[in-house]
Design a protein around this ligand. Structure first.
Ligand code: 13P
Length: 236
């Protein structure tokens, strides 16, 4: 049986620590990686017993004696409090925070250097014919020349994020096959690298992406709604 991974990207939610603990308690499952905002990480790590904890971002320097990077969090700090995964290159960071390809690559390398798993997000902005080229460019820019022992790809078409309109399953499946074949070209057994689907996943559509061969899901909005998240977990 395949190991299915369900990554809960809480984004900038919830507002209070009390709510964070409640959501974490309801999300605790061995297939789940909970990625709360930095400020809740330690408490969520204490709450989550069966699942794992990840971060939504990190800085690209590993840190050391002279780490003068105001406001940033290093991969080493995340590792120290028990993070196993870090989301890198999410489309919201690419667009809102203007994160460039070279920064994304540095982050992937920094996460790997701390022996954590980067979850690299890729996906086209619009549904169009040239989408595979856009995805290939993102993969190349972030991964070429990087020793890929341990990486997860999340296919998140931007048009499906937070819109309530998930990507049609047949289209997502096509993109997943494209990503796997690209990975097979740049790394031995690259087709074994897990590829997750993300974008308006809910209790109704979750199982169809797993049936289409995705190795798991990257869930945004629904991951902070305990009832809906439990429905997703039941279906996969
Ligand atoms: P939604 O599930 O809210 O569409 O968000 C997807 C996402 O961006 C997960 O990283």
């Amino acid at each position: 049986m395949r190991n299915i991974l369900v990554v809960a990207n809480w984004k900038m939610n919830p507002r209070t620590l009390k709510e964070a603990k409640e959501i974490a308690r309801a999300s605790d499952d061995k297939r789940v990686v909970v990625c709360p905002p930095f400020i809740f990480l330690e408490e969520v790590k204490r709450t989550v017993k069966k699942g794992k904890v990840g971060a939504q971002n990190c800085f690209w320097e590993r840190g050391g004696k002279k780490s003068s990077f105001t406001g940033e969090v290093s991969p080493g700090m995340l590792k120290d409090i028990g993070c196993k995964y870090v989301i890198v290159g999410h489309s919201e960071r690419r667009t809102v925070l203007k994160e460039e390809a070279k920064v994304i690559k540095m982050k992937v390398k920094a996460v790997l250097a701390e022996k954590m798993t980067p979850i690299l997000c890729v996906g086209e902005k619009k549904e169009k014919e040239s989408a595979p080229e856009e995805i290939k460019k993102q993969l190349k820019e972030a991964l070429q020349g990087v020793p890929l022992k341990n990486v997860i790809i999340a296919y998140e078409p931007v048009f499906a994020i937070g819109t309530g309109k998930a990507c049609p399953v047949d289209l997502a499946e096509k993109r997943k096959l494209f990503i796997k074949s690209f990975l097979a070209k740049i790394r031995k057994k690259g087709e074994d690298i897990p590829v997750l689907y993300g974008g308006s996943v809910d209790g109704k559509n979750a199982s169809s992406y797993v049936k289409a061969g995705f190795d798991g899901l990257l869930v945004g909005g629904a991951s902070t709604k305990p009832g809906e998240f439990e429905r997703i977990l039941k279906k996969v």
